[in-house]
Write a protein that binds this ligand. Structure first.
Ligand code: PGA
Length: 245
């Protein structure tokens, strides 16, 4: 099971201290088998790397620039820089970045650079409310998968994060049955592109300690990408404990 904390544009030096509790939890026997990954803002990557040193908690960035080489890209960070600091993961294709200009083509380039730098990728896909209402969910997800992975060979280091845009930050989650069905369709779409026996698919969108009991019932889900609730250590730990118990 994967528990990925997406801190988005939140967090200061002080807020990191409580995450030591998560690091300690990860060292206990019961939780040794799970994978916890923190994706803080770039400014906190180094601090997080220090706190999680000698533990199984891994660190990732929330995005990367599509250029493989360094260059005149003010304000940007590429996979090379992320790798060089010691982070192991990167989120690519998050809807909040798709909204601000990341097309499937750019996302494809980003995935390619991240693979070259041997970063593991959390590849986000998801439909908007409008697309869902127009019955375009599968069309959109398929296009995000096919175009995002264009020209990329089968790769086990990509985690597919299904995040319906209408669920992110809204408190609304898909009905269990619908989510189960959607995950099965996504699996099929991935298998059409790559013959992966068991693609890793996680769910993201308003995961919290209250709805986790429902979400964890879906055995085809390999974990969760958690935004708001992960910024509160107590809530993050609650989610982990309720899932594993
Ligand atoms: P949320 O965010 O848990 O706050 O809905 C999830 C995400 O955007 O990754």
């Amino acid at each position: 099971m994967l528990f990925i904390a997406n801190w988005k544009m939140f967090g200061d030096f002080k807020s990191i201290n409580s995450t030591k509790k998560v690091v300690n939890l990860s060292k206990t026997k019961k939780y040794k088998k799970i994978q916890i990954i923190y994706c803080p803002p770039y400014t906190l990557l180094d601090k997080f790397l220090k706190i999680t040193k000698n533990s199984n908690v891994k660190i990732g960035a929330q995005n990367c620039h599509h250029s493989e080489k360094s260059g005149a890209f003010t304000g940007s960070i590429n996979a090379d820089l992320i790798k060089s600091i010691g982070a192991k993961y990167v989120i690519i294709g998050h809807s909040e970045n798709r909204i601000s200009g990341d097309t499937n083509r750019i996302i494809n380039l980003k995935i390619k650079t991240a693979i070259k730098k041997k970063l593991k990728i959390i590849f986000c896909i998801g439909e908007t409310l409008r697309e869902k209402r127009n019955n375009k969910t599968n069309l959109i997800l398929n296009s995000q998968i096919v175009n995002g992975l264009k020209g990329i060979k089968k790769n086990n280091n990509i985690i597919f994060a299904y995040e319906p845009v209408w669920s992110i930050g809204t408190g609304i989650i898909p009905k269990t049955k619908n989510l189960e069905k959607q995950v099965a369709s996504i699996k099929k779409m991935i298998t059409k592109v790559w013959k992966l026996k068991k693609p890793k698919i996680i769910y993201g969108g308003s995961v919290n300690p209250k709805n986790i009991d429902e979400l964890k019932k879906i055995s085809s889900i390999n974990g969760f990408l958690i935004g708001g609730a992960s910024q509160n250590t107590k809530n993050f730990i609650d989610i982990i404990k309720k899932t594993i118990n």
